[in-house]
Design a protein around this ligand. Structure first.
Ligand code: SF4
Length: 487
């Protein structure tokens, strides 16, 4: 039976689709990879996989649906993953079989080449995957999955490169889109970021061993020291003999990391772009309070992701911070097979209002984003039912009006509230006294760009807010997606 992992509350959030982790030079590598993936579970809860290599056993792999802690802690699984090198992947649901992942779509993917095997774990999305796949199939490739990431293995198979890192490099030159990749051979761990550096990837060190991870929080869990980020467009190859070797195989361009990583996807205890994610989120709250002040009695976060911004808003405005909404941390595991009646309870299953605190108060609710807006409406109902005098929403990101094609699960444009309504229409539809979003400039300032967004050459990818896509989503354009007209 597949466990029920997606919660009704979470369906109104954007979802990061993957986390990747890998180690080399560590006895019992699979345990370290499992711990790393556990720390990255927020980046994907649907399924996970680990590949290791050991001379006698060869390449070993285990791929499972569900949480890391439920699959990769048991001796019967972990004993099948020997070796001192390993990589892993957690996934939400990537391009291909959205919502109905087959085990064949669960990474890492593996390919056997004339010079040996290689496994890869990919975070991001290939925006020309449809065209690549079509071409590869016409030339005889036989795909095992519906995942865009499998194209990389087939492109490597067709490469004439002398070794696996060369083949990976050649394959990735044909790929468009966002990729942070952790890969391995029998003796090497590899990490690559796309030229824009859309998705994060960091390097850590533990004793004589090395680790690669989507986020620094997963280095912390294994006690590894954070060395540095893999730079946009950089490829590193790590071996026990030669250590870390770095080069830049792609044309150098200005980086455009995903700004939503700072708002929501990354864990607040991670360091991203040299900044504490928590501190950026707190600063967004400060910007929001400056841009959109309002008279009220309490500032309450929509837990958990609205918490740092609510703290910042409270500190800047002087309005007391309070836990007006309490999150049930164990909800996701309680109802394995929810009935229709339980599903209809929706957000109440996960969030409950602290009535004694809210009654008669003018409340500012701080949330990270508004996607469809359905959750915002339900939360407003709960707060009013509890007797609040006024409800003011403050949102720690600009209106999400465009879908992401770089590895984040977004509803189609017509389902995004901000794509179809003005800010005032959204306020009216949600039914609150006021609704304000942080400006794009305010968000950039909070993320460390003192002068805000450089409109001629933006410092981040912000396409889901601005509609300005730094990499043309060619597959989607072919399917009829209409880009924003140039201004
Ligand atoms: S479109 Fe939005 S979510 Fe996607 S990479 Fe860009 S900023 Fe991040």
């Amino acid at each position: 039976m597949r466990p029920f992992l997606a919660h009704p509350f979470d369906s109104d959030k954007l979802h990061e689709e993957c986390g990747v982790f890998g180690v080399i030079g560590m006895a019992d590598a699979s345990s370290f990879v499992a711990l790393g993936l556990h720390a990255l579970q927020h980046r994907g809860q649907e399924a996970g996989g680990i590949v290791t290599y050991e001379a006698e056993a060869g390449f070993c792999s285990a791929r499972r649906f569900g949480y890391v802690r439920d699959n990769f802690t048991k001796a019967d699984v972990m004993s099948t993953l020997p070796g001192t090198i390993g990589i892993g992947h957690v996934r939400y649901s990537t391009a291909g079989s959205k919502g109905a992942t087959a085990i064949r779509d669960v990474q890492p993917f593996f390919g056997e080449f004339s010079m040996g095997g290689s496994a890869i774990a990919h975070n991001g999305n290939i925006t020309n995957a449809t065209a690549l796949r079509r071409e590869l199939i016409e030339r005889g490739s036989i795909f095992q999955s519906s995942s865009d990431s499998e194209c990389i293995i087939h492109l490597m198979a067709r490469s004439m490169g002398r070794n696996i890192p060369d083949r990976m490099e050649e394959a990735l030159r044909k790929v468009e889109g966002a990729f942070s990749i952790v890969a391995m051979t029998r003796t090497k761990l590899m990490g690559v970021r796309d030229p824009l550096g859309v998705r994060p990837l960091v390097l850590g060190k533990l004793g004589d061993g090395w680790a690669l991870s989507s986020e620094t929080c997963a280095l912390d869990i294994i006690g590894a020291e954070f060395i540095r980020e893999i730079e946009p467009g950089e490829m590193i190859v790590i071996s026990e003999k030669e250590g870390v070797q770095s080069h830049f195989p792609f044309r150098r361009v200005k980086s455009r990391g995903c700004i939503f990583e700072h708002v929501y996807f990354s864990r607040p205890d991670s360091i991203l772009g040299g900044r504490s994610v928590y501190e950026t989120r707190r600063q967004i709250g400060v910007e929001l309070a400056k841009e959109s002040p309002v008279d009220a009695d309490l500032v309450c976060p929509v837990p958990d992701s609205g918490t740092p911004a609510a703290i910042g808003y409270s500190q800047e405005s002087g309005i007391p911070y309070a836990m007006g909404i309490i999150r049930n941390q164990y909800m996701g595991r309680t109802f394995i097979e929810p009935t229709e009646q339980i599903r209809n309870m929706g957000v109440r299953l996960k969030l409950n209002v602290n009535r004694a605190l809210i009654k008669g108060k003018r409340v500012i609710l701080v949330d990270d984003s508004v996607v469809r807006g359905t959750t915002s409406r339900k939360i407003k109902d709960m707060i009013l039912d509890a007797g609040a005098a006024e409800v003011h929403f403050r949102i720690a990101s600009p209106p999400t009006a465009w879908p992401c094609f770089y590895g984040v699960d977004t509803p189609e444009r017509s389902k995004l509230l901000a794509a179809t309504m003005s800010e005032e229409e959204m306020r009216d539809w949600i039914g609150v006294d006021s609704l304000k979003f942080v400006s794009l400039d305010g968000l950039y300032r909070a993320a460390g760009a003192a002068k805000g967004r450089d409109t001629k050459s933006p410092q981040y990818c912000d396409a889901c807010f601005s509609g300005e896509y730094p990499i043309a989503p060619s597959d989607m354009i072919e399917k009829g997606f209409e880009m924003k007209a140039a201004e």
